[in-house]
Write a protein that binds this ligand. Structure first.
Ligand SMILES: [Zn+2]
Length: 292
């Protein structure tokens, strides 16, 4: 299990899946086969599977322990959810809660759940199936959602032409939390406590937020899908097929990379092993310095 320390805080990686899962050419419209030759020494086998041409994008949460609180950041795809458009994620049955327990947290121990954005692979464990109903998995948590993302996907979901939003995840993994009165909507830059704040980082989705941590003078950012893959450190202009607004996504990515080059550790949602990195400036851009 990966555990990182940031000051007095710990961040444990809770894996849901880690396997070749997206065709690189389809995932990055700007994909250039020359990058494979340039970066092959570190890309394989942890970040790219040469046999299939697929990226290896981890799907995991970060369990953050700080100030006596346990905070779960991004909640993956979830179990038993109907995702027919994404066969790998359809009706999953994975030992995610067992891995969370192995890291020392039962569902009722979680004080706060934070979603960097409301895409299908960041909200799934918000709920679980109980007696045929989707109920909040973490009954004692407040769930922090971006107001902009919530309003945007609520409108999409209600539009008969466009809904249901995010492969159905808005209905089975977001709305039940709101209905249970556990959601805290945030908008703009907000300090949640003395260690955590959120900052708007729109582009990948309209309301993506960067989650900033500071403990004993050390800093980190949970960036969600502002960057999906470590190659984007070298190619910050590369958007994924899933980025909603191309130019905003590039701006938010560059901003996070600049801030990390200034001393924040980068804890992404999907990088392959070792799953987190620091960022160094190089003459014309950035390079990752992997942690561990
Ligand atoms: Zn994602």
């Amino acid at each position: 299990m990966t555990q990182l320390k940031i000051g007095a805080a710990t961040a444990d990686r809770i894996e849901e899946s880690y396997e070749p899962n997206f065709n690189a050419v389809k995932f990055f419209p700007d994909w250039d086969p020359a990058v494979l030759d340039e970066h092959r020494d570190w890309l394989t086998p942890n970040h790219y599977d040469p046999a299939s041409g697929f990226l290896k994008l981890s799907v995991h949460s970060w369990l953050l322990t700080v100030g006596g609180k346990r905070i779960l950041i991004d909640t993956c795809v979830g179990n038993h959810k109907s995702r027919e458009a994404r066969p790998l994620w359809h009706q999953q049955d994975r030992p995610y809660l067992e891995r969370l327990a192995a890291a020392g947290a039962k569902p009722e121990d979680i004080d706060m759940v934070m979603c960097t954005h409301l895409h299908v692979d960041h909200v799934g464990w918000n709920t679980r199936l109980e007696n045929g109903r989707w109920v909040p998995t973490f009954p004692n948590a407040r769930y922090v959602f971006s107001r902009e993302d919530y309003d945007h996907y609520l409108a999409v979901d209600r539009d008969p032409e466009k809904g249901p939003a995010n492969l159905g995840s808005f209905r089975d993994s977001v709305l039940p939390v709101v209905d249970a009165g556990l959601a805290q909507m945030v908008s703009g830059a907000v300090a949640l406590d003395e260690h955590l704040k959120v900052e708007p980082a729109p582009g990948h989705t309209p309301g993506t937020i960067a989650i900033k941590l500071e403990s004993k003078g050390e800093r980190a950012v949970f960036c969600g899908d502002i960057l999906h893959h470590a190659l984007q450190v070298y190619r910050p202009h590369w958007n994924s097929f899933a980025c909603a607004h191309a130019e905003n996504a590039r701006q938010s990515r560059r901003k996070v990379l600049e801030e990390c080059a200034g001393g924040e550790m980068l804890l992404p949602a999907h990088f392959g092993a070792p799953f987190a990195c620091n960022i160094d400036h190089k003459v014309d851009g950035f390079v990752p310095r992997f942690v561990i």
